[in-house]
Write a protein that binds this ligand. Structure first.
Ligand code: ATP
Length: 285
């Protein structure tokens, strides 16, 4: 059994609240006028085109960036009201560029997620073992982290976040480097954290993963929150085209009925002969 976050008490404050939050650099609003409240026991996906402000928003939620307008509260408190270790116990963050800790093994690197906790060898070991198993890292546990592939390193970064067992879990494109099976595994693990009562926020580019795993989708465009709601309500053909400039069709997943988003443009199928644009083929010469 994991000793994860407990379900919230009745009347507990929302896990994270952004109120008219903004972040400005060089007279440009990277994020502006964003408001939402995320409850414990929910999994929220933040989606939107490159440069829309998702990572900046995650940095604000984490308390790593100070808003230049409005406010962001974690469990009712402003970031400045947390001591660093307390904050690390309360929220875990997986950044987009997870760095490798030179000279450490996979198990040691995952164990770093336990640093904010009071050392309790039994509990720490159990948390690390659970996180190693959850991210399918048993066969790699003694490997030097600097020798890992990109996807393996991302799984270690997620496992470290998971071992932290924080009630707020913030993940920035955690599946970007992962193969199909490990993408599903990671989001299923994130959903388990949600079921244990955590507030999970995940930045995703894959709208199909967002549609299948998220309870709620926040769509960002040009630093603004342009849609907020259940995946089927938010991920419509019109909105995706407007936000991404890409025409899509929305199909339905055969079992879950979740939206399945596919680009509208045809591409040649695998059996389609590729004709040379002109002149002779190499074989015909
Ligand atoms: N330190 C900075 N100085 C200037 N501009 C920045 C800085 N950090 C981010 N930006 C810009 O702010 C915008 C939002 O960046 P952000 O990383 O939040 O976007 P994103 O939605 O996460 O994008 P992606 O999907 O490409 O990861 C981008 O245009 C980016 O170039």
């Amino acid at each position: 059994m994991r000793a994860g976050p407990r379900p919230p008490a009745e009347g507990a404050p929302a896990s994270v609240v952004a109120e008219d939050a903004g972040y400005r650099i060089d007279r440009r609003d990277l994020v502006g006028g964003v408001s939402f409240a995320l409850e414990p026991g929910t999994l929220t996906a933040m989606v939107g085109p490159n440069g829309a402000g998702k990572s900046t928003m995650l940095g604000l939620l984490a308390g790593d960036l100070a808003p230049s307008a409005g406010s962001v509260r974690i469990a009712g408190r402003l970031p400045g009201q947390w001591r660093p270790r307390e904050l690390a116990l309360h929220r875990s963050v997986m950044l987009q560029q997870a760095t490798s800790n030179f000279g450490f093994s996979v198990a040691e690197s995952v164990g770093m997620g336990r640093l904010p906790h009071d050392a309790d060898p039994g509990r720490d070991r159990a948390a690390v073992e659970a996180a190693v198993a959850e991210s399918d890292l048993a066969a790699l546990r003694d490997r030097d982290v600097t020798t890992l592939s990109g996807g393996e390193a991302a799984r270690v970064a997620y496992a470290r976040t998971s071992a932290q067992q924080a009630p707020v879990v913030l993940l920035d494109e955690p599946t970007a480097a992962l193969d199909l099976k490990h993408q599903e595994g990671l989001l299923a693990a994130a959903r388990e954290r949600r079921d244990e009562g955590a507030c999970v926020v995940v930045v995703l580019h894959d709208l199909n993963l967002a549609a299948r795993y998220a309870d709620r989708v926040l769509v960002f465009a040009a630093g603004r929150l342009v849609a907020d709601g259940a995946p089927a309500d938010v991920l419509t053909e019109e909105r995706i085209e407007a936000v991404y400039g890409q025409r899509v069709h929305i199909l339905r997943h055969p079992t879950s009925r979740a939206p399945v988003i596919v680009p509208a443009e045809e591409v040649p199928g695998p059996g389609t002969p590729v004709r040379p644009s002109g002149g002779e083929t190499a074989a015909g010469r």
